[in-house]
Write a protein that binds this ligand. Structure first.
Ligand code: NDP
Ligand code: MG
Length: 378
């Protein structure tokens, strides 16, 4: 395991803070591990404290103006990457939403390796990411637990040996809620995820399963499989994170107690499994592993995810932009829970035929969808 210079984008968030915990552990066993850059939105105080204490050399980027930060403003994370990323660094991409796209893509272009939590980067610009990776010495390591699991299953497996890839989903807080009650769901109820501790956008997207739609699109780009070779199933205890069915009838699956420290450390260490990150599972206690099909009436987002994969082009960018706007409107009490799906699906209908080829085209489409959806929300 080669120690790395690490840049953490989204350092104040759930993944960002867990990353800093993991980094401190790595640094304890080898002091040459270092953090050279930290980026956040508005909670800059949180990272300054950490930086002063543990990583005095780290440059700091913040969206809000703060004279203690090295870079400020909406492009601060991008400027931080341009100043600090190189073939010697690993960039942990953990900004939430399409805001993570430009700095992440730039990190790949600069030859850095990327530990990717920001699935939106692949959802919005999967083809640009794959193109940039071709001419980069760096590697893309998925941090999303399902994708890290599948990447682990796929070691030594060729693409033509894969029959299908299965993403598991906990089903969120409304897995068993009577359908007639979903109309009245409040933000507080939707924020109460049974398994994972995550930021608000991804928590709401886990309740609606828009997150699984994003993850299916993410898997499509990461593993180069079409919708016919992708599945999602409900697995309430989130012990199995992903499965791969092979053509010969073999199924590989990856299990671990749900804690993002596992995939974060695996990605930072370029695929090592050398430290006790999570407790070892006791097979004698695994009396039943429950799997159920996704209820498509309850979770129509999963079907929409497959539709977006078939559409290709800019449809992923549209789904993501519309969902970001609708989730915020739901959290603000301006949009009922069930309308999140309806507004996103309508946006995919209206804008899904766009086929942006450049980053500029993608960013323009993202803005156009946001404006359109925001104007339609009463
Ligand atoms: P959080 O909401 O907890 O954190 C988001 C982070 O992004 C914060 O540091 C926030 O800064 C920062 N941020 C927001 N907007 C900007 C911006 N414009 N420029 C720079 N920084 C910005 O989210 P999570 O940590 O839960 O999720 C982060 C990403 O990881 C998402 O893409 C999510 O889908 C993915 N992911 C998360 C998982 C989890 O378990 N949480 C699991 C798998 C994937 P500030 O707080 O200062 O405003
Ligand atoms: Mg996930």
């Amino acid at each position: 395991m080669k120690p790395q210079k690490v840049i953490v984008l989204g350092a104040t968030g759930t993944i960002g803070r867990r990353t800093l915990d993991v980094l401190k552990q790595l640094q304890q066993s080898d002091p040459t591990w270092d953090c050279v850059g930290l980026a956040c939105g508005s909670r800059v105080d949180r990272i300054l404290e950490d930086a002063k204490k543990h990583w005095p050399a780290a440059k700091v980027a913040s969206v809000i103006d703060d004279d203690r930060a090295d870079f400020c403003g909406s492009d601060a994370a991008l400027h931080l990457v341009e100043a600090c990323a190189s073939t010697e660094t690993i960039v942990v991409s953990a900004i939430v939403g399409a805001a993570g796209l430009r700095p992440t893509l730039r990190a790949i272009e600069l030859g850095a390796s990327v530990a990717l939590a920001n699935k939106e980067t692949l959802v919005c610009a999967g083809h640009l990411v794959q193109q940039a990776l071709k001419s980069s010495p760096g590697t893309l390591w998925p941090v999303d637990s399902e994708h890290a699991a599948i990447a682990q299953c796929l070691r030594g497996i060729r693409s033509d040996q894969i029959k299908s890839i299965v993403l598991t989903a906990s089903g969120g807080p409304f897995r068993d809620t009577p359908l007639s009650d979903l109309r009245e769901v409040t933000p507080q109820q939707a924020l109460n995820h049974p398994v994972w501790d995550m930021g608000p956008r991804i928590t709401i997207a886990s309740a609606t399963m828009a997150n699984k739609a994003l993850e299916l699109i993410e898997a499509h780009h990461l593993f180069a499989v079409n919708d016919q070779r992708l599945e999602a199933i409900i697995h309430p205890t989130s012990l199995v994170h992903g499965m791969v069915h092979l053509c010969d009838g073999t199924t590989l699956l990856q299990m671990c107690t749900p804690d993002m420290a596992g995939p974060i450390r695996w990605a930072l260490t370029a695929g090592e499994h050398d430290a006790a990150v999570a407790p070892t599972l006791n097979p004698l206690e695994l009396t039943s592993l429950e799997f159920t099909p996704v209820d498509t009436e309850r979770f129509p987002f999963v079907g929409l995810g497959f539709e977006v994969i078939r559409k290709g082009g800019g449809a992923g960018c549209v789904l993501n932009a519309a969902d970001e706007v609708c989730v915020q409107a739901f959290l603000d009490g301006r949009l009922p829970y069930l309308d999140v799906y309806h507004f996103v699906a309508e946006a995919v209908d209206r804008f899904g035929h766009h086929d942006p080829s450049t980053l500029t085209d993608i960013l323009e489409l993202d803005i156009a969808v946001r404006e359109d959806v925001a104007n339609r929300i009463p």
